[in-house]
Design a protein around this ligand. Structure first.
Ligand code: GLU
Length: 409
């Protein structure tokens, strides 16, 4: 099923529960603006290549469009459009005054030199500059984009408008207008919610074995936070290979291994079982954290998931069919629009700090993030319980209420 179909099914299910006004539903199913660009880039070998890119602005009823930019060879318009609509829901779930947007460029960044990547980024900014800005649409990092790329965006945009406009983008390096704690925000926000749920369900951290699918920035950082709190890491994967060890994996060692630029296909340890493809998702554990890409748990493997809790640190990793299967099997899914909202929440903090030119310390960021995440979790849970619904449906109910109010006004 295409990603956009997933969005339609999720919207439809929640719209029925919420008894959502049909006009509102119609508006929420369409992005307000779609921009497609073709970015010419002079390559290091002297040749020219043209890259396709998108920026989708889904909904601005609650504030400026907000959402990351991903660089991936499989990016397409339908994907970016789906991700943009999830950003609208996500910002409403955590109650920050922002709308939803998303960008993407069809490129495998591993094939480009740093210079080529910078020229591509700057070229993309020149083409989307008319529709972005601190009060209009504020991009951020997503898959394969990072602080350095964000600082190129801020610099290029500032040159275009002829003044310092670092607030045009978030996820910048600290020292260039970034917020402390933004790097770890997605992971920390996720951990706050997972740990709250664990307490609610009456489990001890030490009883929780977990598998981390996707050991990039967000996944590895969340794994570290979980291990430090007593959870046991038994499985991990990157785009090349899964590794599993019932006695436990050493998170620091794995982080150092990945930081060296290596991948798990080359991870040699006699105690560790190597697992190809998505096999890692069906290994024995209590918590399965999905921190890779979309459509990972589907109707083909949902029956094999052993975890009691599936945690969506990535966007869209569980298909609606799989959602139904997991629900029937009593597996709790903590949905992306709540689970990974810590990232955009600290992006919002970054926007506030840029506006005031006043910067917060780590403790302030953590305290404010914790408050927002816990309130969002409580609200989602309450709505889910009231309607005997899943947490995903609960999250949509919260978001629809807030969006309806904004659109009515
Ligand atoms: N790309 C992240 C997400 O999907 C962060 C977006 C942002 O900070 O604007 O939530």
């Amino acid at each position: 099923m295409s990603l956009f179909k997933n969005v339609l099914v999720q919207f439809e299910k929640a719209a029925v529960l919420a008894d959502l006004d049909p006009d509102l539903k119609m508006v929420l199913l369409e992005p307000e603006r779609i921009v497609t660009v073709k970015v010419p880039v002079k390559m290091d070998n002297g040749g020219l290549r043209i890259f396709e890119g998108f920026r989708v602005q889904h909904n601005s009823a609650r504030g400026p469009y907000k959402g990351g930019i991903r660089y991936h060879q499989d990016v397409d318009m339908a994907e970016v459009r789906s991700l943009a609509s999830w950003m609208t829901i996500k910002c409403a779930v955590v109650g920050i005054p922002l709308g939803g947007g998303k960008g993407g460029i069809v490129v495998d960044p591993k094939e480009l030199s740093k210079g080529e990547l910078e020229r591509l980024t700057r070229g993309y900014v020149r083409l989307i500059a008319p529709v972005i800005g601190p009060e209009m649409d504020v991009p951020a990092p997503d898959v394969n984009t990072d602080g350095e790329i964000m600082s190129w965006i801020a610099d290029e945009y500032s040159k275009i408008v002829g003044r310092d406009e670092k607030g045009v983008v978030t996820g910048k390096p600290v020292g260039q207008g970034g917020s402390v704690g933004r790097d770890e925000a997605t992971a920390r926000g996720g951990f706050i919610i997972l740990d709250e749920m664990r307490k609610d369900e009456g489990f001890k951290a030490e009883e929780m074995r977990f598998v981390m699918q996707g050991f990039g920035n967000a996944g590895a950082t969340m794994a570290k936070l979980m291990v430090d709190a007593g959870y046991k890491l038994v499985g991990a994967s990157d785009s090349r290979m899964g590794i599993y060890c019932a006695e436990g994996l050493d998170v620091d060692e794995l982080m150092a291994f990945k930081a060296s630029g290596d991948n798990f296909a080359n991870y040699d340890n006699p105690r560790v079982e190597k697992i190809e493809g998505r096999g890692i998702l069906e290994k024995e554990c209590e918590v399965l954290v999905l921190a890779a890409l979309e459509n990972q748990v589907d109707s083909g493997n949902a029956h094999g998931v052993k975890a009691k809790i599936v945690f969506e640190l990535a966007n869209g990793p569980t298909t609606p069919d799989a959602d139904d299967i997991l629900k029937d099997r009593g597996v709790r899914v903590i949905p992306d629009v709540l689970a990974n909202a810590g990232g955009v929440t600290v992006s919002y903090f970054e926007m506030l700090q840029n506006k005031d030119d006043n910067y917060w310390n780590e403790q302030e960021v953590r305290d404010k993030l914790t408050k927002i995440m816990l309130e969002a979790y409580a609200g989602v849970r309450k709505h889910a319980e009231k309607h005997s619904a899943t947490l995903r449906e609960g999250a949509y109910l919260v978001a629809f209420e807030r969006l309806a109010e904004a659109m009515d006004l």
